[in-house]
Design a protein around this ligand. Sequence first.
Ligand code: SF4
Length: 371
Amino acid sequence: MPIEFDKKELVKYPFLKEAHSLVGSRAYALNNLLELESGKRLAQKARDRIKAALSMDYVFDNVTGSSGDIPEHEILSYAIARMIVSCMNERPVIDKLCRYESERAAYFLKHEEPAKKEYIARSLGIDLRSGQMSVREYVELVRDIRDAKWQLVNRDVSNGNVAVSRDEAEELLKERIRSMLHGQLPLPVPDEIKEKFKPLSDEVSAVYKERVMEQFGEVDEGSFPPCMKAIISSVTDGTNIPHTARFSLTAFMHTIGMDINGIVGVFTRAPDFNVDMTMYQVDHISGGGGTEYTPPQCVTMKTYGLCCPDGICKSKKFQHPLSYYKYKKKVTGGSSAKGSKPASAPDSKPDKIGARIDAKEREKADKTAKN
Ligand code: SF4
């Protein structure tokens, strides 16, 4: 039997082609729509959707269209929200909207009828029932997931296929929705529409900056956790740091609200600083490559050989370098002097900064030195 969704169901999955067909003609007439009071209200609704995406606390219960909202308006707010973020020069906002939309869809999918859930998965190229997927598809799908559980080396692979349980396939469906939406943005928005959205996109941009400030406040390098300070020291000393260290430090600085120039500024301390290469890498890790990365947890930092805990790490048992940073900023009032020593010095040096690059790179450097 063909699968059919009613309007209220499409509110839950506005990315489906069926939802697009429902509102398509109205979306194309957007320019006229925005002149009307009803269009302006829709744009505000879209703005609120983005604001919800910027909050760390998602609430989806009230967005099923059951609260008296017209389903078409709900779906149009999704489409307009995508246009507003496309007008902004803030890739993290795009990333947050895509994450929000995928979490939202996953929330509804959890309670969805199996046949409809399977239809949605199939329309996105995932077979929930087969128990496996090809290595190529799998690798593409988990590319941006950092949890070790998904790494190919930790999977059961045979005959070119990766075993994937039903629950796992449903988790991957969420990731597929996120990456698909991310791949579609930014949308090309005509200048005249951009102009109309400007007050809203400026408002969203201000909210985003406020959220980062609320979370982390002004950047205080003195409150950086010892692992990040140690990487900076290695950069300053001219040690050839491994990619994992560069990645962790960049993602950390990006997450606490440093802009690309500020992050690159830290790497200028390296004696062999290369502006183009550094800009490229920093831009990529900060979201320029389509994915905004977050810094690794402490457990991952340990496996990278980048963890060098001080007394605070040990007494507070932090799970994440960002928790250390927030805590330290709070207790010092965010007034640690730039570059000051940590209140509690690391008990040990990270033994492996530079060690993992190691052997091969050192061999290369030795050879160059000898020649
Ligand atoms: S315990 Fe966490 S915050 Fe502390 S040094 Fe290790 S990775 Fe960094």
